[in-house]
Write a protein that binds this ligand. Structure first.
Ligand SMILES: NC(=O)c1ccc[n+]([C@@H]2O[C@H](COP(=O)([O-])OP(=O)(O)OC[C@H]3O[C@@H](n4cnc5c(N)ncnc54)[C@H](O)[C@@H]3O)[C@@H](O)[C@H]2O)c1
Length: 313
């Protein structure tokens, strides 16, 4: 993700890359050479030597809080990859530390910038689908590959629920509002090697019902789909279908192709953050949004472990 973010900043005119830090010095050097920037293998050295405004953290999830604390103490604004942290307690601390140091915290919940998901959010907010009653999402692919093995260690990634479908939790909450409680089934603690799966039922405060499926055991490529049903119609998207977004109503069906994207969703999310920072306004994903997504995910993990409905506090 560090490479993806670096590539995105390259085309953002009101931002410029200053340096890269990776504890794997070779990885840092390779990226630094590509962009003509300085390379570090220690965050402390980077902070001591470089002058910059924003630190963008793209490291494994279990390292987020420690790095947020270091860069916030140095008064750098923070971009952090999703999920904000490995637990609710750590996410709360990340939010608190940034507030205390008066730095802006933006968590990269990129799904909001995928054109089809953004189009569905707009359709829901416009009221054209009526009151939203149910929503179903699915997301998944093969087991994640990574230079290190941290994804496979639940204590360091949070598995498919905290790492993968946290994308949907944030988008659903942004689109449909807060979640009251969850009930989930999944493979946490079941001991399958290089396989993870979860099915999470969300009870929204609005009364809507959500079914969120996440899979790291699906051969054949990455699939992401969503279907939102309201009292006046249904809207759906699935990344493997030829039709981008389909709208079905009693009076007939229609299709919509959101504008072909010139820029990637990753570039769009980072540009939106830089623009908000310059304008002195809140970023699109606020600290409390990122914390709420972690709370939903952790409630779902607790539900899988206990077999009980868990309230999202
Ligand atoms: N938004 C998305 O679509 C998306 C996709 C994949 C991953 N992610 C998130 O991005 C983050 C990184 O995931 P990844 O797939 O890029 O992981 P990765 O393992 O491929 O890369 C992480 C890099 O961080 C470096 N690193 C680890 N600890 C460090 C530390 N303390 N200081 C400096 N460098 C350190 C490693 O050497 C490695 O180069 C995770 O939080 C993950 O959940 C988001």
């Amino acid at each position: 993700m560090g490479q993806t973010h670096a590539r995105s900043y390259e085309s953002i005119k009101n931002a410029s890359l200053v340096a890269v830090c990776d504890m794997n010095g070779e990885a840092a050097k390779a990226l630094a050479e590509k962009y003509g920037i300085k390379a570090y293998d220690s965050v402390a050295e980077l902070l001591a030597e470089c002058d910059f405004d924003v630190a963008d953290i793209c490291t494994p999830t279990f390292t987020h809080l420690d790095l947020i604390k270091q860069v916030a103490a140095a008064k750098k604004h923070v971009v952090c990859e999703k999920p904000l942290a490995i637990s609710v307690a750590e996410a709360e601390e990340a939010v608190r530390v940034c507030k205390e140091n008066d730095v802006v915290l933006f968590t990269a919940h990129v799904l909001r910038w995928f054109p089809e998901f953004a189009a569905i959010t707009r359709a829901v907010r416009s009221g054209s689908l009526g009151d939203i009653v149910t929503v179903r999402t699915t997301r998944g692919g093969g087991y994640p590959s990574s230079a290190s093995t941290w994804f496979g260690d639940f204590s360091r990634s949070g598995g498919v629920i905290l790492d993968l479908i946290v994308h949907d939790f944030d988008w659903l909450r942004d689109t449909l509002g807060d979640v009251k409680s969850v009930y989930a089934r999944g493979l946490v603690d079941k001991g399958y090697e290089k396989m993870d799966y979860a099915l999470v039922t969300l009870n929204f405060k609005s009364g809507a019902i959500g079914h969120v499926e996440g899979s790291w055991m699906r051969p054949g490529g990455f699939v992401a789909g969503v279907k939102v049903c309201g009292t006046k119609g249904m809207i759906e998207h699935n990344n493997v279908r030829a039709t981008s977004v389909r709208i079905c109503k009693k009076e007939g069906n229609s299709v919509m192709t959101p504008n072909p994207a010139v820029y990637t969703p990753y570039r769009k999310e980072l540009k939106s953050f830089i623009d908000a920072l310059e304008a002195g306004i809140d970023p699109a994903v606020k600290p409390e949004d990122a914390l709420a997504a972690v709370k939903i995910a952790c409630a779902a993990i607790e539900s899988v472990k206990t077999g009980k409905v868990v309230e999202v506090k």
